[in-house]
Design a protein around this ligand. Structure first.
Ligand code: ZN
Length: 500
């Protein structure tokens, strides 16, 4: 960047120059922010989020890691009642001394309480919740489920498998206003992390909530919305096109799944998993998927395809390569394991690769165990960059933290979560700071079809930017310094939305 100062007006960058020069040019009534020893970057865009899910989940009680029942109850007591219910998730009673039961919950919350277990196969509820659902000693166990009962035959408050549905059926429908409030709060937290935009992979409820925020003039994140493929008939009927919308909320592509994930052993692989005969799980019929992406592209709608295993990655490339381009580029989500023969294909066809480096630390051990030697082609950031492909980075929040510092540091370091591979796992695939930052800025601007006005700090570009306190060691590859960086100022459309 030329200069050390930046001037914006009415949401648009006017000049990037030296502070002395801007001091002369800019009218004195324009407010000044003097932030010595900082770095100004374009606003960070998270290229893959489930933002509404994150926003809503954060308001419920988190029980993950509660090592005893009393700890879980303490957290429940501090929870918030929403639509008359207190909800939470994540408890795991395997090592608890005391069983989850309704009476202990009754003692801390009189309103109905519904707490899902970590694997979502059980629920812990209180007496008020059982009463709402009409469950008592006379209720028979449903097929495929069990209402756990005490010696006297009374339900204890623990419901297993299909019995959970007895209470789930009486939970209030999602409250639209509650979701809007949750989004507003999550937006403020995103600003504090330096985020000025997101790509959101969610359904119609989330879209309506974003639309409500925008209508009220409260949307201060640039949102590209990628609806599920099930919405395609609706989109075609309304003649919607990718890229359409406003400066705040625009339509991305339709989201399709070709496989599952490494963690659940459902990523679809060309060769079997190590020590087994299974290839994972293809999720789409090729002919059907082809019809869908062709119909979409013919109507100007891009495709956003989830592919993790090398077979799914190849199928995604096969599907997208022959398509005419829409207003936005077609893209592949995750692109985790890539056969060497496929490395250059995304670049050759202008397909954007939406990747999540913050998943890497947790995936190292699993990839080594399940994919063996194929691990050398997992998250091949550097090879893909050198092939000329556009990398667009994101977090997949709530799967990983939306903090972009974690993603940038993970791309620079490639160190496993347990600290192993300290020199970098397949270290040749590490990125430098500039490249990782570019994937969060320019890369996501290209993915949104807005590279001519976002993703850079230059006159005429939108004034979406972040000011960081950042150690100079970052430029020499010190990824630990990235994790300690502080956001000092976040600006969206020229408005200061966060300041520290
Ligand atoms: Zn996702």
């Amino acid at each position: 960047m030329e200069g050390d100062a930046i001037w914006w007006q009415e949401g648009v960058i006017r000049a990037v120059a030296t502070a002395a020069e801007l001091e002369r040019r800019v009218p004195s009534r324009v407010p000044r922010y003097d932030l010595p020893r900082t770095l100004i970057t374009p606003g960070i865009v998270d290229g893959h989020t489930h933002f509404a899910m994150w926003a809503q989940g954060r308001r419920r009680v988190h029980l993950a890691g509660a090592s005893r029942r009393s700890e879980a109850l303490r957290r429940v007591a501090g929870g918030t009642i929403e639509q008359g219910w207190l909800r939470g998730h994540g408890w795991d009673a395997n090592r608890w001394d005391e069983a989850p039961d309704r009476r202990s919950l009754d003692a801390v919350v009189p309103a109905p309480v519904f707490l899902e277990s970590v694997d979502i196969h059980a629920a812990w509820v209180n007496s008020a919740a059982l009463a709402r659902a009409g469950v008592d000693r006379s209720t028979p166990d449903p097929v495929g489920g069990r209402i756990v009962r005490d010696a006297a035959g009374e339900p204890t408050g623990l419901l297993l498998e299909r019995a959970v549905d007895l209470v789930r059926a009486v939970l209030p429908a999602p409250d639209p206003e509650g979701l809007v409030t949750a989004l507003r709060q999550a937006q403020a937290d995103a600003h504090a992390l330096g985020l000025t935009g997101i790509h959101s992979m969610e359904g119609p409820d989330a879209l309506r909530a974003f639309q409500t925020l925008e209508r009220r003039g409260e949307l201060r994140l640039r949102v590209f919305f990628h609806p599920p493929v099930a919405q395609l008939p609706d989109l075609l009927r309304h003649q919607a096109r990718s890229g359409e919308g406003t400066g705040w909320l625009a339509l991305g592509g339709i989201k399709l799944f070709l496989d599952g994930s490494l963690g659940s052993r459902t990523a679809w692989m060309l060769e079997p998993y190590e020590g087994g005969a299974d290839h994972g799980l293809p999720l789409a019929d090729t002919a059907n998927a082809r019809r869908v992406v062709e119909a979409a592209a013919g109507a100007g709608i891009a495709s956003t395809i989830h592919a993790i295993g090398d077979a799914a990655v190849r199928q995604a490339l096969d599907l997208l390569a022959p398509l005419p381009s829409a207003a936005l580029p077609h893209r592949i989500e995750h692109f985790q394991c890539v056969h060497p023969a496929d490395l250059g294909r995304a670049a050759a066809h202008g397909i954007v690769l939406s990747m999540q480096p913050a998943h890497l630390p947790a995936d190292v051990a699993l990839a080594e165990e399940r994919w063996g030697a194929r691990s050398s082609r997992v998250y091949p950031f550097r090879s893909l960059q050198e092939s000329g492909a556009v990398l667009a980075f994101g977090s997949d929040v709530p799967v990983a933290s939306p903090d972009p510092r974690q993603g940038i540091a993970a791309a620079m370091a490639r160190v496993a979560a347990d600290g192993s591979f300290g020199e970098g796992w397949h270290a040749g695939e590490r990125l430098d700071f500039e490249s990782a930052l570019r994937a969060y800025t320019v890369g996501n601007a290209i993915a949104g079809g807005v590279a001519s006005r976002r993703g850079r700090l230059a006159p005429g570009y939108d004034a979406d930017l972040v000011v960081w306190s950042l150690d100079a060691g970052v430029a020499r590859g010190d990824w630990l310094a990235v994790r300690e960086a502080q956001v000092r100022l976040t600006v969206v459309a020229g408005e200061v939305v966060f300041r520290r």
